[in-house]
Design a protein. Structure first.
Length: 600
């Protein structure tokens, strides 16, 4: 660098550059601009690119451009540029030696200074500048060390914060799990009663003006029979199945709970149409369950906010009260039915004894009439009528005794499809003569069943004959069968006139018939046989559209079905057989009176 003092002498490097720039002025600005641009590029060069250069390559490149800038600027002092670039290079040097970098910078600076200007004091000045280079290096090392320590502390703090956040997250998850365990039913995963009540209260708080909140309480009636017949494990699986179906078929916003063993609570926001949809879903679900467990019933109680109550607790209580009313009505009907069956059972025992006693004198009367007809023309004139009436009484008593004194079941394993095909072949000609069609439909694979095949065949013949006789014009009777879990389902369907609504409650009663020549015992015997097998028989009918009889039978006969009644235990079949026996005694008396009048 050139100082203005006269004691300074111009160096050879300055003399060459000065002559070059005087001859070409624009070259000076071009060189200075190019060097400045190159130095700027090095300043903003990315760290990943610097790491690819060889050791001290970045330092050497920066020194080259700084020294060129020192030479090209001539009289402009560039010591601050040297010092700035030294600190910058030290900051980005990484693992390179800071002392060697300082030595390189100071050596280049001294060399350029000696080759540009010289005086007797230049050595003292350069020595001070060299000390300044190493002082800057020391300060840079201290700053870099402090920066490194600060970064280590920051990393440590960040690690501690992450550990704290992770611990907090785990604690929060654990608290949520504990809360879920506290709020959930262990068996089904639904809300328990306390959590359901809290959800109802929150649901009421979120209701907007004009919105309604509904609570539906569902109770499974006679669920103890499931645990008694199938076992507690099967009962638990049924509860889990109902819970899964409710969660799957109801909207996600609906809150569902299970409590008190076999009760479910459903809470949701919506209008009356939404309430109807939820109730229809419950009805469909329970109808599907009834296909497998025919004895499983249910009751539903509902309440709505704000139409009927003003708080969540009152809303649930009102729904529970309505559910309890339906449960009491159901229990009262069952109790009344049980007492009625007990009375009928006692009358049935008496009527059965009377039936045996009546058959003996009928045999004597028949023989007396036949003998008298041979000797007396007056008696012969009435012989046909008298014998027909006596035969009718005998048939009636025979049907009655078949109903009352059923033979023990001869349980065997057989193919249901083969049995039904035998029935169809047996009654096919009759259907053809009557002008009707008789068809069957079932699975191709064998469907085995444990039952008394002769008794089941009797039931099917009776149902198919009834279906054929219910057809006025050309119609059809169709028999279908299928397996459903541990049950076999058989349906006998006709497209006749159907059953009148006033007759539906009496269809299985003994001696009830709508046919002129029928005894009214066929369906009663069918009901008794299916009941003794642990199954269910029921029907659906629409006037003018036909009737479908449904038979549900367990695949295996594993236990006797008994119910409490009177002073001891009676089979459910024996109780059902004695229904309406007081009417039977009156019919027998009427026939006896007719015979006595004919004989007289």
């Amino acid at each position: 660098m050139l100082d203005l003092q006269d004691t300074y002498r111009i160096g050879p490097l300055y003399r060459v550059i000065s002559e070059l720039f005087l001859q070409n002025p624009y070259v000076a600005w071009i060189c200075v601009g190019a060097v400045t641009a190159g130095l700027t590029v090095l300043l903003f060069l990315g760290q990943n690119r610097i790491s690819r250069l060889p050791a001290y390559g970045y330092t050497v490149a920066v020194l080259v451009f700084v020294s060129l800038l020192d030479v090209f600027t001539q009289t402009i002092p560039v010591l601050p540029v040297y010092l700035f670039m030294l600190g910058y290079v030290l900051f980005r040097s990484g693992e390179e030696s800071s002392r060697l970098i300082a030595l390189l910078f100071s050596s280049v600076y001294v060399a350029v200074s000696v080759l540009t200007v010289w005086n007797r004091w230049v050595l003292v000045e350069l020595a001070g500048h060299v000390l300044l280079f190493f002082g800057i290096t020391w300060m840079s090392n201290q700053i870099q060390s402090d920066h490194f320590n600060i970064r280590k502390l920051q990393e440590k703090n960040r690690l501690i914060i992450n550990q704290k956040n992770e611990a907090y997250r785990r604690l929060r998850n654990y608290m949520m799990e504990m809360e879920e365990v506290y709020l959930r039913d262990n068996l089904t995963g639904l809300y328990n009663f306390g959590a359901f009540r809290a959800e109802v209260v929150r649901g009421l708080a979120r209701c907007l003006p004009g919105q309604s909140y509904h609570v539906v309480c569902l109770d499974l009636k006679d669920f103890r029979q499931v645990n008694f017949r199938e076992g507690v494990e099967v009962g638990d699986r049924i509860l889990v199945h109902i819970a899964r179906k409710l969660k799957k078929q109801l909207p996600a916003s609906v809150k569902i709970a299970r409590y008190d063993g076999d009760q479910f609570g459903i809470g949701f926001t919506g209008d009356s149409r939404m309430l109807r949809q939820v109730l229809d879903t419950v009805d469909r679900l329970m109808a599907d369950m009834k296909q497998e467990l025919a004895y499983l019933g249910y009751a539903v109680g509902t309440a709505s906010y704000p139409e009927e109550t003003v708080s969540g607790a009152d809303l649930i209580r009102l729904a529970e009260e309505r559910l309890a009313i339906k449960q009491r009505l159901h229990r009262n009907r069952e109790e009344e039915h049980r007492r009625h069956l007990e009375k009928l059972s006692a009358l049935g025992q008496l009527a059965a004894g009377l039936a045996h006693e009546i058959r003996n004198p009928l045999t004597s009367i028949r023989g007396f009439v036949q003998l008298s007809a041979k000797e007396s023309e007056a008696v012969k004139k009435w012989e046909t009528i008298i014998l027909e009436e006596i035969d009718r009484i005998n048939d009636l008593l025979k049907e009655f005794l078949n109903l009352r004194e059923a033979r023990p079941m001869q349980v065997t394993r057989f193919d249901v499809g083969q049995l039904i095909q035998d029935v169809l072949r047996l009654l096919g000609p009759k259907a053809l003569l009557m002008g009707h069609t008789l068809t069957g439909e079932g699975p191709d694979a064998e469907l085995e069943l444990e039952a008394d095949s002769e008794q089941l065949k009797q039931v099917l013949i009776n149902l198919v004959q009834n279906g054929l006789e219910a057809l006025d014009e050309k119609g059809s009777v169709r028999v279908t069968w299928q397996g459903s879990g541990d049950w076999v389902i058989i349906r006998v369907e006709d497209n006749g006139n159907g059953i009148k609504p006033e007759n539906m409650n009496r269809i299985f009663e003994p001696f009830f018939t709508t046919k002129g020549e029928g005894t009214g015992m066929g369906l009663a015997i069918c009901h008794r046989i299916i009941t003794e097998h642990g199954g269910q028989i029921f029907f659906t009918s629409q006037p003018g559209q036909g009737t479908v009889f449904h038979i549900h039978l367990p695949v295996r006969q594993v236990r006797l079905r008994v119910v409490e009644g009177g002073s001891g235990k009676k089979s459910e079949a024996s109780v059902g057989e004695s229904r309406s026996k007081n009417r039977e005694t009156d019919d027998v008396k009427a026939f006896a009176t007719a015979v006595r009048g004919a004989v007289q």
